[in-house]
Design a protein around this ligand. Structure first.
Ligand code: T1G
Length: 684
């Protein structure tokens, strides 16, 4: 084994040059990897003892993409295209051996090899679009040549991963290894076979039949644009991908590649990609807690208890069942328990109808669910999550009772959305094992998990829950103890100015429309209708929401709220609600018209101010945690990077000026300080 460089080895085995890359954690295409690969290729091509070349990676995965940490910052000595020319124009057959997740630039690199073999469990895809990028290593030109434009667009616009089996079926790979451990041997055997056959290496760039057929269909691209229009509206990368695919169909190869290069630079340097890459990194950074020893002994979580089988309890139970953990589900009445089980069963069966789960998976999950009226059944649980009525005394009573049932080291987690976790912990013996696990509804769909660290929560408990969150497929973010933690506290900061605009005569529907135009899935009043107006009645000093509630307008679930809803839950502004608003505020809704950006400034600037306070108080450890929470918790547009990233882009000076112009006096000192020194929340 000749070491070409720190992470690149080259050996000649039976006339086959085997290049092995080892750049943990995911063999991302850092300049070091690219230089090592280029040097190894050059050596292999020059070595007469090598009749074919295999590329394989050590560690958990084949190249998982360009290196997000150095992208656009540090240049390799030879770029993607120089590397690919060397491979593709090799007279010796070249084979890429894929395992793990061959993604983005990794798959694109594999596509410049003449042949590809993968392990049965390997997955591959071009997820660049999820980062606001596009496959900038020739992927937009090679994929249509393999799959045709329609399938290529589906893969590049969704960024979805495909299995080795599917990849074989569409011709993305040529073989599947006989087993997970035989990839290297099978790849070498494949390469030897190719060398012996004298078969000319096949370059994907030379495959023209599919693009020629697409080119012969003049209406194809218009039909595909129409198909995708709504999903990609307002997003730069998907539009650029369309232009690249059109160039691939038009040809010739060099022209198409030139279009891809130009379009890639455009999105790489655009605001949306910086925002989306920020969120990608924020999700990973959120799991790194300063002062938490990385080798901390974590607690085993093999058996889970959930107390409460309502909407949240049922959803939480499904989250654990979906991760393969057995769940004891406790309720106080048989009727509530039966209703909970029925809800879980119905939802799991819907997942089967949608092709997300197989019937045998549902059967396995339901057999791992143990419903009971006896809390004593929790005695051997390693973790118990309560999802009962949002009332402090009820929760404290439960934790006191649980403290007498479960082991002293069993973790007790509360799913409270607002209440003081320290006070709840105080009701249980060994409060150091108490933590908040705030799931977002629907719990089995929403990825965010606010992990609320109590004053006494032990580090081992925190570390265990953070690891568990990843196993559950959740994106955890740590919050300190305050009313509403991070997400709901910031949402509360949005509701006050929204209510104030309504009291001035701005129509709720206009405020919601401006929010959707900004990129939120829905605006504050549609969201209130969904959550139920009673949760926001007390805080509404304008008096509108309390009046709607007393008029029986409690939201979607109870007689409509700001909107009336048809059987498909399509909202229309409610004349009854508008009349109540006019009566309470003395202003006809709509009598005041504001531009969308004026409305959004009125809503978002106070949210930024609250985010700054959350940072000042140490409730959130860093601004990127707040960005992650706002994107995953209530749909702040990810292509704007989350609340604090967006504020940095607006400029903190402008935000302070806007708050002052709106007469908001209590501005966060941190926000004032950063604004004063031209700083940013997400510095560096
Ligand atoms: N660059 C740098 N670091 C990366 C990385 C990347 N592309 N992907 C992951 N990491 C780090 C991550 O920060 C974490 O580090 C560790 O690896 C484990 O990641 C030209 C331009 C591969 C499926 O979009 O989807 O190619 O926090 O916690 O859950 O066309 O990571 O431990 O220090 O996510 O097992 C395209 C992104 C890039 C793939 C593994 N590629 N990565 O998931 O582990 S753009 C991607 C993932 C591109 C070309 C374009 C996932 C994963 P640390 P992890 P995981």
């Amino acid at each position: 084994m000749a070491a070409i460089s720190e992470g690149t080895d080259l050996t000649i085995e039976d006339g086959v040059a085997v290049i092995t890359l080892d750049y943990p954690p995911v063999n991302a295409m850092s300049p070091a990897l690219m230089d090592g690969l280029y040097d190894a290729l050059t050596a292999a091509l020059a070595d007469d003892g090598a009749k074919a070349i295999v590329l394989i990676c050590a560690g958990r995965t084949f190249i998982a993409g360009a290196d997000l940490k150095s992208m656009g910052k540090v240049k390799p000595k030879v770029d993607f295209f120089g590397l690919q020319e060397a491979v593709e124009n090799s007279a010796k057959p070249t084979v890429a051996a894929l395992h793990g997740t061959a993604l983005g630039g990794g798959l694109e690199t594999a596509l410049t090899f003449h042949y590809r073999i993968a392990t049965p469990s390997a997955r591959m895809g071009l997820p660049e679009v999820t980062l606001g990028l596009l496959p900038g290593g020739g992927g937009t030109q090679r994929l249509p040549r393999i799959t045709g434009a329609e399938a290529a667009l589906e893969l590049m616009l969704t960024g979805k991963q495909m299995t080795a089996k599917n990849a074989l079926a569409i011709g993305l790979i040529d073989r599947i290894a006989s087993g997970e451990d035989s990839l290297r041997a099978d790849a070498i055997a494949f390469a030897k076979e190719l060398a012996a056959s004298g078969k000319a290496p096949q370059r994907i760039r030379d495959i023209e039949d599919k693009v020629a057929a697409d080119r012969a269909d003049p209406g194809l691209m218009d039909r595909l644009r129409a198909k995708w229009a709504r999903k990609i509206a307002g997003l730069d990368a998907p539009q650029a991908i369309f232009r690249c695919v059109e160039a691939a169909l038009k040809g010739p190869w060099e022209a198409g590649l030139a279009v891809e290069r130009k379009e890639f630079q455009g999105v790489l340097n655009g605001p949306q990609s910086a925002a989306l890459r920020h969120i990608f990194m924020a999700e990973r950074a959120a799991q790194k807690i300063p002062g938490l020893a990385p080798d901390l002994q974590q607690l085993p979580v093999r058996k889970v208890g959930v107390v409460g089988a309502g909407t949240m309890g049922g959803g939480i139970a499904m989250v654990f069942l979906g991760a393969g953990l057995p769940v004891t589900l406790v309720e106080t009445t048989q009727e509530a328990l039966d209703r909970g089980i029925a809800g879980i069963t119905k939802t799991l069966n819907q997942q089967v109808e949608r092709g997300r789960l197989k019937p045998e998976q549902v059967a396995a999950q339901l057999s791992a669910l143990a419903p009971t009226l006896d809390p004593g059944a929790l005695a051997d649980a390693d973790l118990v999550v309560e999802a009962i009525f949002e009332n402090m005394s009820v929760k404290k009573d439960l934790f006191a009772r649980l403290g007498a049932i479960v082991r002293p080291d069993a973790i007790l987690a509360t799913n409270t959305s607002f209440l003081n976790v320290d006070e709840i912990a105080g009701a249980a013996p060994h409060p150091e094992r108490v933590i908040g696990m705030h799931f977002f509804s629907p719990a089995h769909i929403m990825r965010l998990l606010e992990v609320v660290r109590g004053a006494k929560t032990a580090d081992a408990v925190l570390a265990t829950v953070l690891t568990l969150a990843r196993k559950l497929g959740k994106a955890p973010a740590v919050s300190g103890v305050c009313h509403g933690f991070i997400a709901n506290r910031i949402l509360g900061a949005r509701q006050a100015p929204a209510n104030h605009l309504v009291s001035q005569g701005v129509a709720p529907a206009a405020i919601d429309a401006a929010s959707v135009d900004f990129g939120f899935p829905m605006g504050p009043f549609q969201m209130l209708d969904l959550a139920g107006l009673d949760v926001a009645a007390e805080a509404d000093t304008s008096g509108v929401i309390p009046r709607l509630v007393t008029a029986g307008r409690r939201g979607q679930k109870g007689g409509g709220g700001f909107y009336d809803y048809d059987e498909k839950r399509t909202p229309t502004p409610s004349p009854a609600a508008l009349a109540i608003i006019a009566e309470v505020t003395g202003q006809r809704p709509g009598s005041k018209q504001l531009a969308n950006d004026q409305i959004m400034t009125a809503l978002l600037f106070p949210m930024v101010n609250e985010g700054a306070r959350i940072l000042e108080e140490g409730i959130a450890l860093k601004a990127s945690d707040i960005d992650l929470v706002t994107v995953l918790g209530f749909g702040f547009p990810a292509h704007k990077g989350g609340l604090m990233f967006w504020a940095d882009a607006v400029g903190l000076g402008a935000i302070v000026a806007g708050l002052k112009a709106a007469g908001i006096a209590d501005i966060s000192p941190l926000l004032e300080k950063l604004a004063g020194e031209g700083g940013k929340f997400n510095a560096g």
